[in-house]
Design a protein around this ligand. Structure first.
Ligand SMILES: NC(=O)c1ccc[n+]([C@@H]2O[C@H](COP(=O)([O-])OP(=O)(O)OC[C@H]3O[C@@H](n4cnc5c(N)ncnc54)[C@H](OP(=O)(O)O)[C@@H]3O)[C@@H](O)[C@H]2O)c1
Length: 219
């Protein structure tokens, strides 16, 4: 079965992804800042990773040791509220660091560890869509997810020759800590949809932006 690295695997969507991948027999490497009872129960290999730490990201490929990845799901992310009336510039910078630069740094670091063929999924958000933005606000979060979408498109082009298919996946509005459990879907439903999209990634659809439901999303 496949070997897949998941970031932010200790809680929320990342934990549900890890649980489902393990349940079907995949080997998951959980890249995390801190573990959790739910993750401990799975008994998977963990590796320390703060995605805001450039050195930790750059060394990840070496720290993995002799491992070839069939896939990576770059899920770690943060949401810090920032409105026009209450701009949180520190928060905006933090979101850009984690949500936009994080996946880019990890794609570069993991590249030598990726099999040919393999799959790289970035958990983005439809809030990064220009066309879909009819409600405004969420400065910083929207900007960071738009930026990671741009990175994902370039990665799809740059990694095509190495057989690495890149997907930009929106998980839905999900009941997690990030949404104070106010979402429309639970983490299991979201993870199942994300894994279906992940499994379907290949050379014919690399660089596309999908809702976990399978609906293509506008840029
Ligand atoms: N929930 C939604 O409705 C929704 C909608 C659209 C997109 N998304 C995206 O889905 C992804 C997962 O979100 P979620 O809802 O599961 O959020 P969550 O429950 O808040 O979990 C966030 C995860 O990211 C990790 N993380 C945050 N900053 C990190 C850092 N600097 N280094 C390493 N790990 C870090 C957290 O680890 P710690 O425990 O160490 O903090 C945690 O595992 C995010 O990219 C988010 O933007 C979520």
């Amino acid at each position: 079965m496949a070997t897949i690295l998941v970031t932010g695997a200790n809680r929320g969507i990342g934990l549900a992804l890890t649980q489902q991948l393990v349940a079907r027999g995949d080997t998951v490497i959980a890249a995390i800042r801190a573990t959790s009872p739910g993750l401990d129960a799975l008994g998977v290999r963990t590796i320390d990773l703060d995605v805001a730490d450039d050195a930790a990201c750059a060394s990840l490929g070496d720290r993995l040791g002799d491992v070839t990845l069939d896939g990576a799901i770059l899920n770690a992310g943060i949401l810090i509220g920032s409105s026009l009336d209450a701009l949180d510039l520190q928060g905006c910078r933090a979101m850009f660091e984690v949500n936009a630069l994080g996946p880019l740094k990890l794609a570069a670091a993991l590249r030598p560890r990726m099999a040919n063929p393999s799959r790289l999924a970035i958990i983005t958000s439809r809030m990064g869509s220009m066309a879909d933005n009819t409600s405004g606000g969420a400065y910083g979060y929207r900007m960071s997810k738009a930026a990671v979408n741009a990175a994902g498109r370039s990665l799809a082009v740059d990694l095509a020759g190495e057989g690495i298919a890149v997907g930009l996946l929106h998980p839905g509005w999900v009941k997690t800590d990030m949404t104070a459990n106010s979402g429309l879907v639970d983490t299991d439903t979201s993870a199942a949809g994300l894994i279906a999209r992940f499994d379907a990634l290949g050379p014919d659809n690399t660089g596309t932006f999908w809702h976990m439901s399978g609906e293509p999303l506008p840029w």
